[in-house]
Design a protein around this ligand. Sequence first.
Ligand SMILES: Nc1ncnc2c1ncn2[C@@H]1O[C@H](COP(=O)(O)OP(=O)(O)OP(=O)(O)O)[C@@H](O)[C@H]1O
Length: 475
Amino acid sequence: MFKKLPGDETARLVSTTPDTAVVFRPAVVQTPAVLTVAIAVWRMLTGALGLVWRHPIALTITAGLGVIWTRYGYLHVLTLAGLAIATGVSWALVDRPSFLRLVGWPLLAWWRLVTVYRRHWQPVMIVSGLGRYLRGRDCLPRLLAVTCTPWADLVTVKMLSGQAVTDWTDRTEHLAHGFGATSCRITVQRSGRLQLTFPRSDPLAIPLPAIPIPETASAGPVQVGIQENGHPWLLKLHGTHVLVAGATGAGKGSVIWSVIRGLLPAVRVGLVQVWALDPKLMELSYGRAIFGDRYAADPDACADLLDAAVKVMQERAGRFAGVQRNHTPTVEDPFVLVVVDEVAFLTAYQPDKHLRQRVTAALATLTTQGRAVGVGVLAALQDPRKEVMNIRNLFPDKIALRLDESEQVDMVLGDGARDRGALADLISPRPEAGAGIGYVRLEASPDPVRVRAAYVSDADIRAMAAEFAPVGEAV
Ligand SMILES: Nc1ncnc2c1ncn2[C@@H]1O[C@H](COP(=O)(O)OP(=O)(O)OP(=O)(O)O)[C@@H](O)[C@H]1O
């Protein structure tokens, strides 16, 4: 009946010494057929009981419908099914979020589990090398659960004993293509358990218009855009320093301007000051009126402005010493945000060595001592290599927009960030599809989060400058 029975290959396992003089064959004990059949029946029974245990509601409904069909005929079953569908549709129309949470997403998750993940699990695991075929048996990581969110499938997996997280992060491409997704991100849930995120659609595909200027004055965090899961992307600036790295056209300007936009009400009431260094004479010059005197484009003027910021910082440090350890923005001591567009113009491409050293020293002083006294730096950079920006590690928070090379991702976000799914080098170079998209490591989590900054157009900047120009001039 069977051409090959499980265990047959053991009998054919033959090993020899190099000269083939001695042949080793394993001793094979034939299991009686009756025992094999008994074991198979036992497995079927326990499997059926397990099914009842795991899916009591589904089985009760199916059994109930079967009973109604046999007792009262199929018309009753069709009527009940019609009623259930009508109730579902009305629920979805009246309260869509609760319908999706309780019925829609769980149903989709079940469908994706059956048609995608369970179906392709064995071949994908074996081909990618995450599973093994050992002694005639498949040893596979366990697929524990699939849940669906509006934009992604979240697959919970139990790793094989002895596997490391890097075994999985090295194979994100195999997993993404194996399960028909564009990418795969891996997060550790707890020891031995991982969550794989497979996006089904891209909520960041459509550019986001500028976020409305907040009503209340606050030194942050400010909303810069949205996260991949649809939540706002809030960027903290007070009490930290932020480095934004991205190739030309990656959308660094949209991050800078979204930050300034979010801080404007606080600038108006004097809780925040934005000092702008614009060595490329491009990005920040649009909204020059907002910065008043605190704008510099010429390299010498930039160095002077940085030195002035260092002075403010040192003066505050002298006053705060032994009195307070953290800064709270007030009108007397506002939060000073030093914004530097294309910092490499001042630290690497500047031909005047003395000026280069002066700027680097001032930036290093601000980024090492400014946090506690309310002086922060937001710097943008095209090339994140150490030769270009040797103080990049002094910035606690980093954002990687589109980068030219895969190695640059870890340079910006830290070791292992790309393996964990920060594919900043694969972001589309088409502005409408990729500008403003990037990866950021939020404070709460080591895993990179995909975000898109809102696009602050030239018209928005002009409107901001027109409305807030007196603020810059007055301070
Ligand atoms: N958040 C965004 N959403 C959609 N499109 C954007 C966004 N940011 C920028 N763009 C588009 O991309 C173009 C380039 O953006 P931007 O000048 O900000 O890039 P950049 O990184 O500052 O480049 P460079 O370093 O060359 O100045 C813009 O002209 C705009 O059309």
